[in-house]
Design a protein around this ligand. Structure first.
Ligand code: URA
Length: 301
């Protein structure tokens, strides 16, 4: 038995040194043959390299993270267009918006066209980025495209757009003009149509905010008009358009006038007294804007 154990010890040692086969004499085979089959000794495990260790740690850490959830399915159109949209406040599952803080117009357009940072990217027909003149001293910001804007790729071309165009014309501004003296630049908070013309949700506005901020920085308007609560909230983090309208604010040194959205006015069309009252209020706000544009004309003392 002692001989057998000694033989096993020697064979194991040889294997540990890397021997893949061991030559045995007939006598030694006989000695070994008297014991149960020798369990194969596992080959020595080579020490992992630093790189292999890091890879293993990474694989382990990643396996602990839950897989990112798939992007949510686009919201179905509400059966009743008047019903409040289902609440979904999450950007989870969507890529983060790109940093466009230094983007040129071309880069900004390219980034917006490829944007799928919220659920609206899956349902839009056309990206709706801008209209008017990029050198205009006046910038108007609405909330987001409706069906007609989505079809044409131009903001404010539906009924609310026609009312806005008329308001601008009354201010001496022409949407087709490329002359800064009469031009206007128009944009929206969100660049893709919310299905069913519902209001954009906060988690749809947030990823778009960088695009709007870059539009403002590139246009460098002398005055901004915010049309409605969504635009007011996007730029200042708080709504309350009824209180805010008619009062100057400042956004990064630019005077900002919040006022009612033209679609809000149109919703009161069937109540002539209200409609006239709201139009009067908006006109007051726009007159303040006209005065500010005059005051801030380059070369004026
Ligand atoms: N309402 C908006 O806020 N923007 C548009 O482009 C159209 C309607």
């Amino acid at each position: 038995m002692l001989l057998q154990q000694e033989l096993i010890r020697i064979i194991r040692k040889m294997r540990l040194r890397g021997a893949s086969a061991v030559e045995l004499s007939q006598a030694n085979r006989r000695v070994l043959g008297r014991r149960p089959a020798l369990q194969p000794t596992p080959a020595p495990c080579p020490m992992p390299t630093e790189e292999q260790k890091q890879r293993a740690i990474q694989a382990f850490v990643q396996s602990q993270r839950p897989a990112p959830p798939p992007p949510p399915a686009p919201l179905p159109l509400p059966a009743n267009p008047g019903a409040p949209p289902p609440r979904r406040d999450s950007t989870a599952g969507f890529p983060p918006p790109p940093d466009v803080s230094q983007a040129t117009w071309e880069e900004l357009i390219r980034q917006c066209q490829g944007c799928h940072c919220c659920r609206l990217g899956a349902t839009r027909q056309t990206l709706v980025l801008e209209d008017g003149c990029r050198q205009a001293p006046l910038m108007c910001i609405g909330e987001g495209p409706g069906a007609e804007e989505d079809a044409q790729g131009v903001p404010f071309v539906g009924r609310a757009g026609q009312l806005l165009t008329a308001m601008l014309r009354a201010m001496g501004r022409d949407r087709q003009s490329q002359d800064p003296a009469t031009a206007v630049y128009i944009a929206n908070v969100v660049k893709c149509r919310p299905p069913g013309n519902r209001n954009p949700m906060p988690d749809e506005c947030t990823p778009c905010l960088g695009y709007l901020q870059r539009q403002i920085a590139l246009v460098q308007p002398r005055v901004i008009v915010l049309l409605g609560n969504i635009a007011l909230t996007a730029l200042f983090g708080r709504g309350g358009i009824t209180q805010a309208r008619g009062n100057w604010r400042e956004y990064q040194g630019v005077p900002v006038m919040p006022t009612f959205h033209p679609a809000f006015l149109l919703r009161h069309e069937k109540y002539p007294r209200d409609f006239i009252d709201l139009k009067r209020k908006v006109w007051n706000d726009l007159q303040l804007v006209m005065a500010k544009l005059k005051e801030t004309e380059p070369g004026r003392p």
